[in-house]
Design a protein around this ligand. Structure first.
Ligand SMILES: C[C@@]1(CC(=O)O)C2=NC(=C\c3[nH]c(c(CCC(=O)O)c3CC(=O)O)Cc3[nH]c(c(CC(=O)O)c3CCC(=O)O)/C=C3\N/C(=C\2)[C@@H](CCC(=O)O)[C@]3(C)CC(=O)O)/[C@H]1CCC(=O)O
Ligand SMILES: NC(=O)c1ccc[n+]([C@@H]2O[C@H](COP(=O)([O-])OP(=O)(O)OC[C@H]3O[C@@H](n4cnc5c(N)ncnc54)[C@H](O)[C@@H]3O)[C@@H](O)[C@H]2O)c1
Length: 220
């Protein structure tokens, strides 16, 4: 199956993770980068997850809640989406059916047919996010492609994107022609790449002024 990459705002949503082993830990680490609140329910929770809980909750009170017991159906009630990450395939299937009946998005870590969404391999640099999916055919290949893409993305891109985002309204207000604006962005990106991401507010003003002056001379 081919999956469509919706980019969804899940910040401050409540996620239930059933299971507290290696795979649960991996999914939790990813979700934390997207500012999700996480409740973990399992009778056996790994040391790694407890360590993560104390580290995260020091900074963000109650971002992670751990409940050390077996899953019960009512656990899905106050959640926005669910990850079934136990090593019990019957239980994982049951959670999937329950979620689908109750219109909750669900990811089952070991059966893609039971998922209503799947995790891609993710490259995240500030607000830039690349997601790679193989349609569930080969997660190992998704991980490999991620490494190949990572090698080709300079480490300053996250900051550069943030800088461009912060100045977008300014550029829009100063350069009214959309064709010229595209040239401003292209020149800024080219200059930033030339200087390995070191671009200043003055560089921005200079490029913007060049196009403002061009517009004035066009009018005259
Ligand atoms: C991308 C990534 C995201 C993440 O989980 O973080 C991810 N799996 C990753 C790694 C990985 N997973 C597995 C291996 C061992 C090698 C191999 O089997 O290939 C490796 C490689 C490794 O560990 O390096 C085993 C595995 N995975 C699934 C099954 C069951 C099945 O296929 O049905 C089994 C067999 C279990 C068993 O045999 O017991 C299922 C899924 N795994 C997915 C995502 C979804 C499809 C994504 C896509 O469209 O490609 C999907 C459908 C559901 C989901 O989990 O959301 C992450 C790389 C992250 C990164 O590197 O950044
Ligand atoms: N999607 C992926 O990328 C991927 C990769 C490898 C493995 N898997 C699959 O993921 C599953 C989990 O793997 P793991 O390595 O994290 O296993 P694990 O043994 O480390 O953890 C299993 C967890 O399930 C919990 N559990 C068992 N019964 C429970 C219940 N009734 N209620 C709540 N929790 C319960 C256990 O307490 C434990 O925390 C396996 O079935 C494996 O096939 C998926």
């Amino acid at each position: 199956m081919t999956y469509f990459p919706f980019y969804v705002d899940i910040s401050n949503q409540n996620c239930l993770v059933v299971g507290g082993g290696k795979i649960a830990y991996r999914k939790i680490k990813i979700l934390l980068e997207f500012n999700v609140r996480i409740k973990i329910i399992a009778p056996g929770i790994s040391r790694q997850i407890y360590d993560l809980e104390s580290e995260i909750n020091k900074k963000h009170l109650k971002k992670i809640i751990i409940i050390d017991r077996e899953f019960e159906d009512g656990d899905i009630d106050d959640t926005d989406f669910v990850i079934a990450a136990t090593d019990n395939e019957h239980l994982n299937s049951h959670i999937s059916r329950l979620c689908k009946r109750n219109n909750k998005m669900v990811n089952v870590v070991d059966v893609k047919e039971e998922c209503s969404f799947i995790f891609p391999a993710i490259i995240k640099m500030k607000e830039m996010v690349v997601g790679i999916s193989t349609g569930g055919n080969s997660p190992a290949m998704a991980a490999q492609i991620k490494k190949e893409i990572q090698k080709n993305i300079p480490d300053y891109y996250g900051e550069l994107i943030e800088f461009l985002g912060e100045n977008r309204d300014y550029i829009k207000s100063e350069v009214s022609d959309s064709g010229d604006r595209k040239k401003v962005y292209d020149e800024l990106i080219e200059l930033a790449n030339l200087h390995k991401g070191n671009i200043t507010g003055q560089d921005l003003v200079d490029i913007v002024n060049k196009y403002k002056m061009k517009l004035n001379s066009d009018v005259l």
